[in-house]
Design a protein around this ligand. Structure first.
Ligand code: ATP
Length: 471
């Protein structure tokens, strides 16, 4: 059914009254707003980035990173496998697929124009995924403490998206210091490519020179798990500095959270009211603190990061953007302008249904409910098994993206039943990924041997899942 709708959409491309393509807006994953005179950038790293259907691959990069050293490269999903006992991938002919335009980006532009996507979002600076530079490169001019923290985390070189973001953010922060133009950045890069540090390190470097503690940076994430993960990244990279990082995600009671975030002894004063410089939060808790926590001020907020921005946009979260917008003071015009821009993205994406399926492990590897699988960074996962076929390429990417992270190798296996084979192939073909799959066949007699063990695993998993859901 989904595929039929998709075909209809494609064939009606030329009509001028077509509705916006929601999937295209899913590119805009990490969004950084900066409060000053407003300008914007969109970085896009497109090496095998299945999310990215707007832009063709190029090797252009932003600003001046072309002369940075090329030391390390990002590898992608090194091996994706399709396990299919009934079909051969080569069985399908070209006629079985929707025609795929030679240059998708050209066809998307009218859609984007129609819904009013600004020029800077439509024309990203494409970053070569081989771009890399040493942490001690003098052009980055990182503080001694950040260098030390990188070394403690075994980071010796920065990945492409990091080099690109550092260079842009640095110039933005310097401009801001001299009250010149600041900009907004929208980053789209493959899973596991290091987007968190791409914004965390510049924010820390920027705030190191602050004198008084005030809430200056907020990072919003769609789930509690992601917020904890990002908080721990900030904690590691704030080690040895005077910066304090807070978490507001519902992990502890609201009252406890309030105690960690604000000084209740200071009465209605912005001065010394905040106990943190940086706040990592979910939209729900952010709203709660804005509306219910005395001394929780946003007046000094300079930096706003929306991590997994498409999810934050597609799910309403009690109108959090609107509440945040209203909480900003009149002087924070740029942030307000950024947020109004986001309202339109929210409108355009709010009809995407949240994925709810359960992906079950085959034998021992990894299982996750899709809604939390996305963005979660689990160390050293070398294999992902799709026990069921993901409903969309987006879901497929976020599942298999739990492996082959940070330049490491990894494999993804998909178990495809005969009734799912057509949908799966079409999905892979449309994303131009079909050629990269290997078709593995297995002998049913060999599989039979494992049936009992498999059933036991499934039962255990079921028990575990039920007991976890009760907690
Ligand atoms: N420069 C680097 N060198 C080595 N490892 C790195 C570097 N940058 C990030 N990493 C590691 O790469 C992993 C993936 O990073 P991160 O979670 O930021 O990816 P991401 O792009 O946000 O992925 P997703 O889109 O799935 O959220 C993490 O374990 C992180 O510690």
């Amino acid at each position: 059914m989904k595929e039929q709708q998709h075909s209809k959409k494609r064939s009606s491309k030329s009509k001028s009254n077509k509705s916006p393509k929601k999937s295209k807006l899913l590119n805009y994953k990490k969004y950084i707003g900066k409060d000053a005179n407003h300008e914007s950038e969109h970085i896009d790293q497109t090496n095998n980035n299945f999310d990215n259907v707007i832009n063709p691959h190029t090797s252009e990069i932003n600003e001046d990173p072309s002369n940075l050293e090329q030391e390390e490269s990002l590898s992608e999903y090194n091996n994706d496998f399709l396990i299919d006992s009934n079909h051969d991938l080569q069985d399908l002919t070209e006629n079985d697929y929707d025609p795929i335009p030679e240059n998708d980006s050209e066809l998307e532009r009218p859609d984007l124009d129609l819904i009013g996507v600004p020029e800077w979002l439509k024309s990203p600076k494409i970053v070569d995924s081989n771009l890399s530079c040493s942490i001690s490169d003098s052009r980055l001019a990182l503080s001694e403490q950040t260098l030390l923290n990188c070394k403690k985390e075994n980071i010796s070189a920065f990945f492409a998206v990091q080099v690109a973001a550092f260079s842009l953010l640095k110039s933005i922060f310097i401009s801001l210091k001299y009250s010149e133009r600041a900009r907004d950045i929208c980053v789209s890069a493959p899973t596991g490519s290091g987007k968190t540090l791409a914004y965390a390190i510049p924010i820390i470097e920027k705030l190191l020179s602050r004198v008084v503690r005030r809430l200056r940076a907020i990072i919003v994430l769609p789930t509690k798990d992601l917020a904890s993960q990002v908080k721990s990244v900030f904690d590691k990279f704030c080690r040895g500095t005077h910066l304090r990082v807070g978490l507001a995600s519902g992990e502890v009671s609201f009252v406890k959270e309030q105690q960690t975030l604000v000084n209740s002894t200071v009465e209605n004063s912005i001065e010394e009211s905040s106990k943190v410089d940086i706040l990592v939060c979910t939209p729900g808790r952010l709203i709660n603190h804005i509306t219910q926590t005395p001394n929780f001020y946003l007046d000094s907020l300079e930096i706003l990061v929306m991590d997994e921005a498409d999810r934050l946009m597609s799910q309403g979260y009690n109108d959090w953007l609107n509440i945040l917008y209203k909480a900003l003071s009149a002087g924070q015009n740029t942030l307000k302008r950024v947020l109004s821009g986001m309202f339109f993205l929210q409108e355009a994406t709010c009809t995407i249904p949240p994925p709810t399926e359960l992906s079950v492990p085959f034998r021992s590897v990894l299982f996750k409910i899709d809604i939390v699988s996305r963005g979660i960074d689990i160390e050293n996962v070398d294999t992902v098994i799709n026990y069921d076929v993901p409903i969309s390429m987006n879901q497929y990417i976020h599942r298999v993206g739990r492996t082959a992270r940070a330049g490491k190798a990894g494999s993804a296996y998909s178990l495809v039943g005969s009734h799912e084979a057509r949908h799966f192939r079409k999905m892979q073909h449309t994303a131009n990924h079909l050629k990269k799959l290997k078709n593995l066949k297995f002998n049913p007699e060999v599989v039979q041997e494992y049936e009992e063990l498999y059933q036991t695993c499934l039962d255990e998993l079921k028990e575990l899942y039920v007991s976890k859901s009760k907690d």
